[in-house]
Every structure is written in C-alpha cells, then in structure tokens.
Design a protein around this ligand. Structure first.
Ligand SMILES: C[S@@+](CC[C@H](N)C(=O)[O-])C[C@H]1O[C@@H](n2cnc3c(N)ncnc32)[C@H](O)[C@@H]1O
Length: 415
C-alpha cells in the first residue's frame, strides 16, 4: 500500500484553499466565542519565532505581529462593545462553517467542538450552523476540563465540551415550531436520561440538551411560528431551557408532580443544583429564572436574590439571616423553609411548629420533598445541607406541640 503523506496548510478558516466537495471529513476545534484572546497571546511567542525560524517560513511571518483582522473571536473592547463583538463572531464563524459545507463531499461529516457556559455564545453557534447548511446528526458532551482549573476560576465553568457531528442538509423543508416541539422535547428527554445516569450536572446539563434539540430543529431549512415568522436561536434556547428545567426538577424531586411547588421555590432548587453558591452573570441568571417563570429584576432588594455589579447570587437561609426572620414575610415555600431552618439553628422548636402549622406545610408532602431535594443537591459540608438535615431529623416531632396543646385544652375544660 502506498503511504499517505499528509499535507499541512495554513490559511484562514473563512476562505479555505480547497475545491468544492473535496473532503470526506472536516474536524475542527474553533474559537469559543470570547474565551481566549488567541492572537494577542500568540504575539508573545510570535516575535521570538519570527527571529528564530522566520527565514525558514517567510510566508507565515510576513507581519510584525500576528494578523488580527480575521481572527474569529468576540472581543467586547472595540467600537460597538459587546454587541459588535458578538455580531462579528457570528458572522465570521458562519463564514467558516459555510466553507466547511463547501469543501465537504455531499455525504461528508463535520465534527465541530464547542464549549461555553453562556447562552449568548450558543446562540451565535446555532445561528452559524443553521445558516451554513450543516445540521447536527449527533452530539456528545465530553469531559475535557481539569477539576483544578474549574475550581481556580471560581466561575460556573463547564466541565464538558460538546462534540457536534454534522452533515450537509440535503432537503429544504419548512416546519412549524408547534408541530416539532413534541419531537424536540422527546429527543431532549431521551438524551437527558442518559446524561443524568452519567452524572452530568450543573450548567453542563443545560448545554448538553442543545445538541439533541438541534438534531430535530436543524433538519429543517426553516422553522416558523404560526405567524410565518422564523423561530430564532434565542427562542429555541428558551424552549430548551424550559424543557430541561422541568426535566431536572422532576428528577431532583423524584416526582413528576411540580404543581404544588411555587415558582420561586423551583427557581431556588434549580439554582442550587445548577450553580450552588457561584455568582452567575446576570444574563444567564435571568434565563434560568425565566425558564421557571421568575422575573429576576422583580426580586432585587428583597433579600433573596442579590446583584453585585453584573453578577447575581441567590441567598441561602444563613445569608438571608435575622433580618428576614424579623420581617416575618413568608410568601413562598422556600421562605417558609428558610425561616424554619433559621429557627432550627436557634433551637426554637416552638417557632418551627407554629410556622409549619400556620403555613400548612406541616403535613404537606411537597414541602418536605423540596427540603430533602435541596439537601441532596448541596455538597457535603455545606451549612444549609446540615441545617436541612437537622430540620428533617425532627420532622415527626413538630406536630406534637399541637396535639399537646389540644389535649391540654380538653383537660382544662374538664372534658
Ligand atoms: C479552541 S482553539 C483550538 C486549539 C487547538 N485544538 C489546540 O489544542 O491547540 C481555536 C483556534 O482557532 C484559531 N483561529 C481564530 N480565528 C481563525 C481563523 N480565521 N482561521 C483559522 N484559525 C483561527 C485561534 O487562533 C485558535 O488557535
């Protein structure tokens, strides 16, 4: 057999020096939106390489520093700020994907890797894929990041990259969103069952649902609403989030019934499971809240959700603290649970019993299920986890005071 000699070429991904229908496969690890300023980092090495091996590869070292204009990246420090950066990234990555489409044989395969925790970044990738004529036939979250790095960064970083296997779209069908929603949901659930069993959690769980949804959505050249308007990537992502939230909540609660649990409580549970104590960028926080019907801006200053610059934190019982107890406002299940936990910490069993009786949660299954679920999603050693475990331990005894009081009354009345 004749040996195959590989040819290595350097060019911009936005204009590949190859003819149409040329490759069986294109495999790429493109820039992840704004994650790394590659060209600026490269300058550090470039200036030395230019001096040492520049004469061997003059065409690669023609410029004094690395070329910046064609770099596919979302820089937000230029004119037009964040929006302009996002637009530039989307346009240039679309160009690159269109090039992949062009050079691939009709039955060729493209494998594209992507990782980013923000939905903004995913929006751009989805749009680029849809506009390139490629569609997803399979996707897989692959654990690629090291734990130490994740912890060091202290952000809601992803542990997984998503490997997307794509093919050229051959049909040009249109579908109505309402008609394909059940198919999208079914596909998401099927894959999530698998991911759940493989312990994929947190922000990775939301992101890994994008691929399965795109497998259905991307089959069509255009997906429309009843009004005839095209469904945007943003709308698709909103739908995915909603489906994933419902799925995750029923799984965490081990119950298909969410009806008895108010929206703030669902939000709290989902937040702890997804991000726990990490401050999260406002935009992502808002999207998670929206998926369960909570408007985050309405919650500022109420001592439950805190905004610090553009980051959002959700307070646990301890952080809500004394002030919250003094206010005595218990609007939701999570309020009642947090108040009970604070009383538990003060060893005030009487106050817990009264509160549970007053709110009707004493014999409310959903309330105890939520408490149990929150304790399960919190990590070992977490303060709130310990408090909930303590509260749950005494569960059977909180109703006893009531009986005692009643019996005392009967006794006093001489009955
Ligand atoms: C996620 S990194 C790939 C890292 C690679 N897999 C590795 O392990 O070294 C994305 C790369 O795309 C490069 N890039 C950005 N714009 C490009 C363009 N227009 N054409 C080709 N490459 C580009 C970046 O410089 C960066 O090296």
């Amino acid at each position: 057999m004749k040996p195959i000699i590989p040819a290595v070429k350097q060019s911009s991904a936005t204009s590949l020096p190859y003819p149409d229908n040329y490759f069986d496969a294109a495999i790429t690890d493109p820039p992840y939106y704004d994650n790394v300023p590659y060209s600026y980092l490269s300058d550090f090495f470039y200036v030395w390489l230019k001096r040492t091996i520049g004469d061997l590869y003059p065409e690669l070292f023609a410029t004094p520093l690395t070329p910046k204009a064609e770099e596919i990246v979302a820089y937000s420090n230029g004119e037009g700020g964040f929006e302009a950066g996002k637009k530039f990234f989307e346009e240039t990555i679309t160009k690159a994907f269109k090039e992949i489409h062009r050079v691939l044989k009709p039955d060729g395969i493209a494998c594209i890797v992507f990782a980013h925790k923000s939905t903004e970044a995913w929006e751009t990738i989805i749009n680029a894929l849809l506009n390139s004529g490629l569609y997803l036939t399979a996707s897989w979250p692959v654990h690629t990041e090291m734990k130490a790095r994740l912890r060091a960064s202290e952000s809601a970083a992803l542990a997984s990259s998503i490997y997307m296997v794509c093919r050229k779209r051959t049909k040009s069908e249109t579908a109505y969103f309402n008609e394909i929603k059940p198919q999208i949901e079914a596909r998401i659930k099927e894959k999530l069952d698998q991911f759940w069993n493989e312990n994929i959690g947190g922000s990775d769980f939301f992101i890994s649902a994008i691929g399965p949804a795109m497998e259905v959505f991307g089959k069509y050249e255009s997906v429309e609403k009843l009004s005839g308007e095209k469904v945007s990537a943003k709308e698709l992502l909103e739908f995915i989030r909603k489906s994933v939230s419902e799925y995750a909540l029923t799984k965490i609660l081990k119950s298909p019934q969410l009806g008895d649990i108010d929206e703030e409580t669902r939000f709290y549970l989902l937040w702890r499971w997804t991000y726990n104590g990490t401050p999260v960028h406002f935009d992502d926080a808002r999207k998670l809240a929206q998926a369960v019907g909570v408007e985050i801006t309405e919650q500022w200053g109420n001592g439950f959700i805190k905004k610090d610059k553009e980051y959002i934190s959700v307070l646990d019982a301890h952080a809500r603290g004394k002030k919250f107890l003094e206010k005595g406002e218990l609007k939701t299940m999570i309020d009642a649970l947090h108040a009970s936990l604070l009383y538990w910490e003060q060893n005030d069993r009487k106050a817990i019993a009264e509160l549970l009786e007053k709110t009707g949660y004493l014999n409310n299954n959903a309330f105890w299920q939520v408490a149990q679920a929150i304790s399960e999603v919190l990590p070992e050693g977490d303060k709130e986890k310990q408090m909930i475990q303590g509260l749950l331990y005494g569960k059977e005894s909180y109703g006893k005071g009531k009986v005692d009081k009643y019996q005392r009354k009967l006794f006093e009345e001489g009955l």
